[in-house]
Write a protein that binds this ligand. Sequence first.
Ligand code: NAP
Ligand code: NAG
Ligand code: NAG
Length: 318
Amino acid sequence: MSALLLVAGVVVGVAFVFHHVVVRGKRCVSKAKLHGKTVIVTGSNTGIGKTTAIDLAKRGARVILACRSTQRGEAALHEVKMESGSNEVVFMQLDLGSLKSVRRFAETFLKTEPRLDLLINNAGVYMQGKTEDGLGLMFGVNHIGHFLLTNLLLERLTECGPSRVVTVSSVGHNFGTVDFDCLNTHKALGQGNSFTDVLKIYCDSKLCNVLFTHELAKRLQGTKVTCYSLHPGAINSELARNTSSLLQTLMKPVTSFFFKNTVQGAQTTLHCALQEGLEPLSGRYFSNCTVRDVYPKAKDAAAAKKLWELSERLSGLA
Ligand SMILES: NC(=O)c1ccc[n+]([C@@H]2O[C@H](COP(=O)([O-])OP(=O)(O)OC[C@H]3O[C@@H](n4cnc5c(N)ncnc54)[C@H](OP(=O)(O)O)[C@@H]3O)[C@@H](O)[C@H]2O)c1
Ligand SMILES: *[C@@H]1O[C@H](CO)[C@@H](O)[C@H](O)[C@H]1NC(C)=O
Ligand SMILES: *[C@@H]1O[C@H](CO)[C@@H](O)[C@H](O)[C@H]1NC(C)=O
């Protein structure tokens, strides 16, 4: 009996330590204050975007919540103000699945806001479909929308340097590829609708985030703008909302124990946005608040350049 209790005690203890050390991961330790600075967080009405916005607002930044749904965006505006105790929070509508909406957002922002110090490309979807402009949904929202947004805001970021562009990718980029033939014919990274197709295309779009950051850093050399991509961890968020409800039910025990909450999930984004002295690491990829090496395919200069040029055409920039 007492042996059983001992075993149970050890199991609970190990689980506790595992959860509090490994699952939680490192925290952003920067004490940076952001009074007088302006930041944009895309997809900040829920998930880690919202907790990132709350943290930045607490540090004194003027925070622009760039969200696609006016209803969800305004609800988040209220919540972010309440939780941060700051009134310097603004909602501006942005649908990354519409090139017109991205252009309209940038125009409004540039007209009404004099500064931009931090651009956090956080929004993401895990779902098949097409954007308004006929692009694959995950390619269009996760990559092209952020590509266009960043380019339209680059001049303002440059004027306000030192400034940063932080793009939320995923460890899943390791399983991704960029099929340029498919992009050229279908404006999408893949065509299928099966469970594995959707997963693969999501990973492909996250590889685009890493390659985009790699190429952006090169183009920003000599300016005071730096950029970073990152894996936030496995997080209990709404990202899997479009997967089957059976899968979601089966995953529930796993996600509640092994996944980070959204405050823990925001830490690597905050690290990339705030940590002093990261500038020499511009273009690199982070995870658990630590810079990481990536596979050759995720720092392939030729692929990154090719993706940039294709993105210029597909977003109407070139
Ligand atoms: N959760 C994880 O385990 C995990 C792991 C690795 C990487 N990530 C990445 O982390 C980022 C944040 O995800 P999350 O986990 O916080 O997911 P989430 O809870 O689903 O939040 C995603 C956010 O993106 C927004 N969004 C989706 N489509 C958009 C569009 N067309 N235009 C503007 N905003 C749009 C959503 O708005 P609506 O609410 O209106 O849809 C929502 O605010 C994503 O880039 C994701 O790929 C997540
Ligand atoms: C994150 O880093 C901390 C501190 O180095 C470590 O204890 C933890 O296991 C790491 N977590 C993950 C998921 O890598
Ligand atoms: C996922 O989204 C697609 C496209 O909007 C929809 O047709 C499908 O029913 C959704 N699936 C689930 C399980 O939510």
